[in-house]
Design a protein around this ligand. Structure first.
Ligand SMILES: O=C(O)CCC(=O)C(=O)O
Ligand SMILES: [Fe+2]
Length: 203
């Protein structure tokens, strides 16, 4: 696949980047099929908020269900994706000195009507998540389907800086510590792959 250097340059300059050409159509399709199969076989779980003792499911905050990608059990599509993210992680370290040591990813499925209210991905008491990645998997998506990812300014969480439609194969990277963001409610089932590059070692 294409060099990731141009998108890392934009990430370095503005703290976030959207790219429609990083992941090719067949990989997007295979990941989508894998996610739907995992859903059909019951391997998704309702997504929670908070960590440890405060972990709870609250669909008023986030309405998705998730399925973690287990590197040891990765089937063809996800192992291809994970090897691409390993290279991306090395490139991020080489070009930005980010000191990333691990990454974690899950499929996410938002049913119609659901979203995820404004939040930061980096937890205040645990700062290991450095770079957030989202890849959109639906085969088609129009403005009428909603479900945009809204990014807000790092210095002002009320100032919207970008509204991103979850179009097929679209990739978004952003600094986990800086940008508040939310997922607006969608009007059709919304499939994605979300994850974080981290500075601690894999669990
Ligand atoms: O799906 C998206 O556009 C973003 C998801 C998100 O913010 C998250 O899972 O933390
Ligand atoms: Fe998030």
């Amino acid at each position: 696949m294409a060099s990731t250097e141009p998108l890392i340059d934009v990430l370095a300059d503005q703290g976030w980047v959207v790219c429609d050409t990083a992941i090719n159509a067949s990989l997007r399709h295979n990941l989508y099929t894998q996610a739907v199969t995992a859903w059909t076989t019951g391997t998704f779980q309702p997504a929670g908020i908070g960590r440890g003792n405060t972990h709870a499911v609250n669909t008023a905050v986030r309405g998705d269900a998730i399925c973690w990608l287990e590197p040891s059990q990765a089937v063809q599509a996800s192992s291809h994706f994970l090897s691409w993210t390993t290279t991306l992680q090395q490139e991020l370290n080489r070009l930005l000195y980010t000191g990333l040591n691990s990454a974690e990813f899950h499929f996410a499925r938002y049913p119609s009507g659901q979203g995820y209210t404004k939040h930061l991905d980096q937890h205040k008491d645990q700062r290991h998540r450095k770079i957030s990645l989202v890849l959109y998997l639906n085969p088609g998506w129009t403005r009428a389907d909603g479900g945009e990812l809204c990014l807000y300014a790092a210095q002002d969480e009320n100032q919207e800086i970008q509204r991103i439609l979850p179009q097929p194969g679209r990739l978004v990277l952003f600094r986990s510590d800086l940008f508040p963001h939310e997922v607006l409610p969608c009007t059709q089932t919304r499939w994605s792959l979300t994850g974080w590059f981290r500075t601690d070692m894999a669990k």
